[in-house]
Write a protein that binds this ligand. Structure first.
Ligand code: SF4
Length: 378
């Protein structure tokens, strides 16, 4: 069954930041959970939700029988180790500078992090946008400048814009290492996984701004699962949990948009057309999931002269960090404290796996905000 709009409390008001509204929603969730009368688990798909949920302490304020499980929506976390290996190999070339967002620098590769490689003399720059990398390329025409293109639907338009500007200005030494991913295919994989332990999804608000919320209708249509597109304030998240509980009680399975102050049905078509000019779908590997058809973006043939993955480099045999269970965390199979390394050998200051690096990583979010209540909800 399919919903076509945003039922429930209006999300066009200030309620998402009102403490009274938050309290009322918690009471509503408590009542709904009692009415449901059994356990229920939902997945917050997006890493920004994971961070928001942890920072607001929402997990521990939910009723005992309602659990929130983190999903694969942290771009740094799902980037496979081979990508990091290639980035380091590129940065070792004498005429290449690798430019990256800062949160990629501490992610372990098979041998070292980008940060360690930089300390060893590899040419690696931190940038805050693809355009920063483009400007670096313009100032250093003697170097090939490779931007690490990691991120979901929300990030790709800015990369396409940098590529367009490079073409317009004739900046030939600006390249990207394609690593962008899109969310619907892994959601298909999750929803079709017989081992999935959740009954509904809090769907990513930022991604939906670009894709439109209707892109997730397949969850209800093809898998009979519930989904709610929500924003990032505590009341947004709680409103989504209440909606998912209501659907379970009423035995409905619908996808609804509760973030209609910024998300509409069809998304940002202009941005998608712009992205399509440069990128086409391809099969890529997600940490924890393996290869997922159509889940990545590669440069179209006419732009391959900007594709740094075509530069020949020697790569090591990929080696995942020993004992790290990031893959299980990203598929919602375990919660971070169930990893034996959590808060022992793996901490944000000494991360063993990618999920402990980015603030959007589930392990980092749990470590920073929830580790003192570990066990209270297991
Ligand atoms: S706690 Fe560390 S080692 Fe364990 S799954 Fe998370 S990132 Fe990997």
């Amino acid at each position: 069954m399919i919903a076509t709009g945003g039922p429930g409390l209006s999300s066009n008001t200030d309620m998402h930041s009102d403490p009274k509204a938050i309290k009322a929603l918690l009471v509503e969730i408590e009542n709904l959970s009692m009415k449901l009368g059994r356990r229920a688990a939902f997945m917050e798909v997006c890493g920004t939700h994971t961070h928001a949920v942890a920072a607001a302490g929402l997990r521990r304020r939910l009723p005992e029988n309602v659990r929130l499980v983190s999903g694969p929506g942290c771009p740094v976390c799902v980037t496979p180790i081979e990508y990091l290996d290639r980035a380091i190999a590129l940065a070792a070339l004498p005429d290449v500078t690798v430019c990256s967002f800062g949160d990629m620098l501490r992610v372990p590769s098979s041998s070292a992090t980008l940060e360690e490689a930089r300390a060893d003399g590899h040419s690696i720059e931190i940038v805050y946008s693809p355009r920063d990398a483009l400007q670096f390329a313009e100032k250093h025409p003697d170097r090939r400048v490779v931007f690490l293109a990691v991120g979901f639907e929300t990030t790709v338009p800015t990369i396409a814009a940098a590529l367009a500007e490079a073409e317009t200005l004739g900046i030939k030494n600006f390249l990207i290492l394609p690593g962008n991913k899109v969310m619907p295919p892994p959601m298909q994989a999750l929803a079709g996984d017989p081992e999935l332990r959740v009954e509904g999804f809090l769907l990513p608000g930022h991604v939906s701004v670009i894709t439109g919320w209707e892109t997730f209708l397949f969850l209800a249509d093809e898998h009979g699962m519930s989904g709610a597109v929500v924003g990032f304030a505590p009341a947004d998240v709680l409103r989504g949990i209440a909606e998912l509980l209501r659907q379970l009680i009423e035995e409905r399975h619908e996808v609804v948009n509760l973030y209609n102050r910024v998300v509409d049905a069809r998304g940002n078509i202009t941005a998608r057309v712009f992205v399509d000019r440069f990128f086409e779908p391809t099969t890529v590997v997600w940490r924890g999931f393996g290869a997922i058809p159509g889940s990545g973006l590669r440069l179209r043939p006419e732009w391959r002269h900007r594709d740094a993955s075509l530069i020949e480099v020697e790569l090591p045999e990929p080696v995942e960090p020993s004992g790290c269970r990031c893959g299980d965390v990203l598929r919602g199979q375990i919660e971070p404290p169930e990893c034996p390394l959590f808060a022992k050998s793996c901490t944000p200051d000494s991360a063993v796996g990618a999920c402990m690096v980015s603030s959007e990583g589930a392990c980092a979010a749990w470590y920073r905000h929830e580790r003192f209540v570990i066990g209270s909800r297991q």
